[in-house]
Design a protein around this ligand. Structure first.
Ligand code: GRG
Length: 304
């Protein structure tokens, strides 16, 4: 069982929380997505294959936990949590393609293009990206945040200045020697932007005041960076079986990573410092941020 051991969330049963969040998100995604039998069935099967392949659902859980921290509930946050998971899954499908990371194994299963072929995998990713906007448009707008703001939030995090831009910078950095500042630029866009968007959307669904949205932005940014540093560490310390995806890929592809640039020990220290910064901004939320706090603690200590 995952029990948070950070003082502010000590004893919080994160295993139960994640199980409840995963169940709620899976049921909502199942409702939002076209049936696997809807024409063209291959496409809908491919979308569902990756979406229900056993991802950790961390971004949706962060979205739901952020809504709670701002005094909101899960029902208003759920569509936005689902939208973020669709974007995340699309990005993984495309990242695994031969033209990018060329990976055979993701979420413990053969990658989408290995099962459905490259053409369908590209289109399943495209359709999941579009699905995210369709779902976001079906969410309940809060008084302070009309649909325009919610859709903009998703579009900005997924677009050329954030997720896609980060992926391009990552591709271009392969085999190059880059500085820690350049690496941070990639991590901010490739990873942190979507985590940050997840918590911001949770807060917006709860109609949070601007100062709470600012705190969530700060939290998401730091947790997002810590998440990627840990991801880089796990790539060199864990096996493919433990990760459910191919381990050691970063080294094999001569990717710039924190362990490659500053070493493992310093990378661990950096991840801890980033998480501490994330914890600090949660103080004004007090007890309502217990789940967010426990999630940040878990993201730092995770082993897969
Ligand atoms: C193709 C536009 C485009 C972007 C790809 C997702 C991505 C950007 C690259 C994949 C490689 C990578 C290191 C991404 C950073 C984000 C990350 C660590 C994703 C894995 O997230 P988890 O661990 O995965 O939450 P699950 O499968 O549990 O959802």
């Amino acid at each position: 069982m995952l029990r948070a051991d950070h003082p502010a969330s000590a004893g919080f049963d994160l295993t139960a929380y994640l199980a409840r969040a995963t169940d709620a998100v899976n049921r909502a995604l199942d409702r939002f997505l076209p049936r696997a039998t809807a024409k063209p069935a291959t496409l809908h099967k491919a979308m569902r294959y990756s979406l229900f392949a056993g991802g950790k659902r961390l971004r949706p859980a962060l979205c739901l936990a952020a809504a709670e921290a701002c005094g909101g509930g899960w029902p208003a946050a759920l569509p936005l949590a689902c939208a973020v998971e669709c974007i995340h899954t699309y990005s993984l499908i495309h990242d695994d393609l031969p033209a990018m990371d060329n990976d055979d194994f993701r979420r413990g299963k053969p990658t989408n293009h290995k099962v459905f072929g490259e053409g369908v995998a590209i289109l399943a990713g495209d359709a999941l990206l579009t699905q995210a906007f369709e779902i976001a448009a079906q969410s309940e707008a809060a008084p302070r945040y009309p649909h325009r703001d919610l859709v903009m939030e998703v579009a900005k995090a997924a677009g050329s200045l954030q997720l896609v831009g980060g992926q391009v910078a990552d591709l271009e950095a392969e085999g190059q020697s880059i500085s820690a500042a350049q690496l941070r630029y990639i991590h901010e866009r490739k990873t942190s932007a979507l985590l940050c968007c997840s918590v911001r959307l949770g807060g917006m669904s709860a109609n949070c005041p601007p100062r709470e949205l600012e705190a969530l932005t700060d939290f998401g940014y730091h947790v997002g960076l810590a998440f990627q540093v840990i991801d880089d560490i796990l790539d060199v310390t864990q096996t493919s079986e433990q990760l459910g995806k191919t381990a050691g890929k970063d080294t094999a592809a001569s990717k710039a990573t924190y362990p490659a640039i500053v070493g493992l020990e310093k990378s661990r220290r950096i991840a801890t410092q980033l998480t501490d910064k994330a914890f600090a901004v949660l103080k004004p939320f007090r007890g309502r941020a217990e789940a967010l706090q426990a999630l940040a603690d878990y993201l730092l200590k995770r082993d897969r």
